[in-house]
Design a binder for this molecule. Structure first.
Ligand code: ADP
Length: 454
């Protein structure tokens, strides 16, 4: 399958899941916020009704008639309320006077019942078709045919003068019912619903856009790493092909000659051997790099003496340096420096740096390997007076198969993997290789390693 299509499909799938998860979270939070606003408005409204009922109850209590026809007495107390069975004119009611300053007065209504639950008096603005007997529980929501909603509260009325009405003892004088229209609450709820209805698709649209962008960001490192992998495969194939082609060509040339001249053989066999070695070297390096990066069977880190490492490697490379007419020296401190690590890997890392220093230093130059303690770290510095590395290429020399001067490096037997291996080993030891270099002046590679605290 086309790789770009594969990445695009993965990006779409990722964006889809982002949208699904974020959309679900968004809708759930929107719903919770909506419910809590509606609920708190509802609770506030009921508290307000209750508080008005309490105020009214306390005001009415001392005025309620103990005996006699309550309708006549009530008319004296509540001239603004309508009496059941009498003509009613719409005037500001008692409830309106009592609720001045508490709330919008026109939205409340009041109803008074006797202790049998029979309606005595009521506000003219009460909802239509309310029953004249008390049947309702404490709280009731009334829906009228014209789509209006009311919330009403019923409380027992006690009279201050006693409970002896009509010659009987009663628990209460009667009942006070207070209600209000839910128009403003419903309008507020509708307003929130509208905000959510418009806001949710807008937010969802933003979620879609940001999900697409985020999935792109998430795919980027995967895409880059895939491209690097592809580049690496192509480079590895190229590097393997050249010595293999040369080797095959030499062997074919030999096979074509029926009776090869022994002197011919003497010149061709070393070529075959060199190319074979090169191939084997390359494959070994590739395998080492792969094992370093895959972190397979991690070898436990042990204390390694860096003084021995530097001295051993300098001795090892001395012959090569002399052959190249390069002065190789090492400077190690008298105090022993130990680090925790994999000894053979540390040897490999430093030997790659020394080999490069010798390789890229012209005859007559010098290479110095220095070991020194710095704070709680050990610093290994490999300095040469060689050809140096241009500043713009210094960031890339740790890439696999990267060479500053490809032909020159290949001729000297370099695989282009030496610094990549050194870098991978340094990473495994939580170290970093730093480079300072100037063209034609020389290079300085330093590795800082954490020392063992004794
Ligand atoms: P190679 O096997 O080609 O030496 P390396 O990975 O070891 O590959 O190095 C990468 C490239 O970095 C080399 O091809 C060379 O151009 C450059 N390089 C490394 N070390 C030095 C150095 N000490 N002086 C100059 N150039 C260097």
């Amino acid at each position: 399958m086309n790789i770009n299509r594969l990445f695009r499909r993965s990006r779409i799938r990722l964006a889809f899941w982002y949208v699904l998860v974020m959309g679900t979270i968004l809708s759930l939070s929107g719903f919770v916020v909506y419910r809590s606003i509606v609920q708190s408005n509802w609770v506030a409204l009921e508290r307000e009704i209750e508080s008005i009922a309490g105020t009214l109850h306390d005001s009415l209590e001392p005025m309620l008639p103990v005996t006699g026809d309550p309708a006549i007495v009530l008319q004296q107390i509540f001239p603004d309320l309508c009496l059941v069975g009498k003509a009613c004119t719409v005037n500001p009611t008692l409830i309106q006077r009592h609720t001045i300053g508490i709330s919008d007065r026109s939205i409340y209504y009041i109803r008074l019942f006797d202790h049998h639950g029979k309606l005595l008096t009521f506000s003219a603005n009460q909802p239509p078709y309310l029953p004249n007997t008390l049947t309702s529980p404490d709280w009731q929501t009334i829906n009228t045919s014209n789509g209006m909603r009311y919330r009403q509260f019923t409380t027992i009325l006690h009279s201050a003068g006693g409970h002896n009405l009509e010659g009987h003892n009663h628990d209460s004088w009667g009942y006070l019912q207070i209600g209000r229209t839910l128009a403003s609450l419903d309008a507020e709820t509708r307003r929130i619903q509208w905000i959510l209805a418009i806001g949710f698709p807008v937010a969802l649209g933003l979620v879609v856009v940001s999900s697409w962008w985020l999935s792109g960001l998430a795919m980027q490192p995967i895409y880059q790493s895939y491209q690097q992998q592809q580049q690496f495969t192509a480079n590895a194939a190229h590097e393997l092909r050249s010595p293999l082609a040369s080797l095959l060509a030499t062997v074919e040339a030999l096979l074509r000659v029926r009776e090869p001249d022994p002197s011919h053989l003497q010149t061709m066999l070393p070529t075959i051997e060199r190319q074979g070695r090169r191939l084997s070297h390359l494959i070994k390096d590739l395998l080492l790099l792969a094992s370093l990066e895959q972190n397979e069977t991690p070898v436990p880190f042990l204390p390694c003496c860096l003084n021995d490492l530097v001295v051993d490697l300098t001795e090892e490379f001395l012959e090569l340096a002399v052959a190249a007419d390069i002065q190789l020296t090492s400077k190690v401190p008298s105090v022993m420096i130990y680090v925790l690590g994999n000894e053979s890997q540390l040897y490999r890392m430093v030997s790659n740096l020394i080999a490069n220093a010798i390789q890229y230093t012209p005859a007559g130059g010098s290479v110095t390997v220095r070991l020194e303690p710095r704070d709680r770290k050990a610093v290994i510095a490999v300095k040469d007076t060689g050809i140096g590395i241009p500043t713009d290429q210094q960031g890339r020399i740790f890439d696999r198969f990267y060479r500053v001067d490809g032909d020159r490096s290949r001729k000297t037997g370099g695989t282009g993997l030496g610094l990549a291996i050194a870098h991978a080993i340094a990473l495994k030891h939580q170290a970093r290789i730093k480079i300072e270099s100037q063209v034609e002046q020389g290079s300085l590679f330093t590795v800082e390693l954490e020392t063992v605290v004794s």
